[in-house]
Design a protein around this ligand. Structure first.
Ligand SMILES: Cc1cc2nc3c(=O)[nH]c(=O)nc-3n(C[C@H](O)[C@H](O)[C@H](O)COP(=O)(O)O)c2cc1C
Length: 210
């Protein structure tokens, strides 16, 4: 599959078939992840590959807990709006209700979860690079997109998942405190292709300077 085709056809999947992902495909996804760009080639990432059903069930339970308590890292779900800076009590309540109705059951069915772990200590301290503290996050973003596109090109569905409790999951996966669990990438054979959520008109996003 051509890269442009993979970019356009990739969707966030939340329904998976009960079918394992072949080792050869897992290796390809990890290899593509590792070829992501990073400042001065620091490669500030590591991976934890979770395949066991018991471990996946624990991750589901931790995520349910995070959902209930609202202790979550990033909001990026299709049904949930990002929280504004100065949130009123009513809209906070609306967010809480939306989150309550958001099902996480796909976590129990997905055959493969790859935790993407960022290494903040390898971030480059260069005079020209302002955002040194965050550079590992940008690199991990590139890593994750490589994974999603590779999964797509291999006929697999995937999801960039962040609704988890950082501390609980980190402890469970035995990830050092100095490292940051940036996301979990869910991969499996898609049960039903999700509809495209679409995008805003591109012209709203682009300024041309001639
Ligand atoms: C940083 C980030 C965090 C996300 N976290 C979640 C998540 O926790 N749960 C979820 O269902 N989708 C999550 N998503 C997926 C988005 O909801 C999805 O990309 C968006 O709705 C657009 O849909 P599409 O990927 O099918 O184009 C996340 C995406 C990003 C980039």
């Amino acid at each position: 599959m051509d890269v442009l085709e993979a970019i356009r056809s990739r969707r966030s999947h939340r329904l998976f078939k009960n079918m394992p992902v072949e080792q050869e495909k897992i290796d390809k996804i990890l290899d593509a992840a590792h070829w992501a760009p990073s400042p001065a080639n620091t490669q500030p990432w590591e991976f934890v590959v979770v395949r066991g059903a018991d471990a996946r069930k624990r991750l589901y339970e931790f995520s349910e807990e995070a959902k209930k308590s609202g202790r979550i890292e990033v909001r990026g779900f299709s049904y949930i709006r990002p929280l504004p800076e100065n949130i009123s009590e009513e809209s906070e309540e609306a967010e809480r209700l939306a989150l309550e109705h958001y099902s996480l059951s796909f976590l129990k069915n997905v055959p493969l979860i790859i935790a993407v772990v960022g290494l903040p200590l390898t971030s480059v301290k260069s005079a020209g690079f302002q955002e040194t503290r965050n550079s590992y996050k940008y690199s991990c973003g590139a890593v994750i997109q490589n994974m999603l596109l590779t999964a797509e090109s291999l006929g697999l569905g995937s999801l960039w998942f962040t609704l988890f409790d950082q501390k609980l999951v980190r402890q469970f996966l035995m990830i050092d405190r100095a490292k940051h669990l940036v996301a979990m990438v869910l991969v499996g054979y898609a049960a039903i292709p999700p509809p495209s959520p679409g995008r805003l008109p591109l012209k709203l996003k682009v300024t041309w300077v001639d």
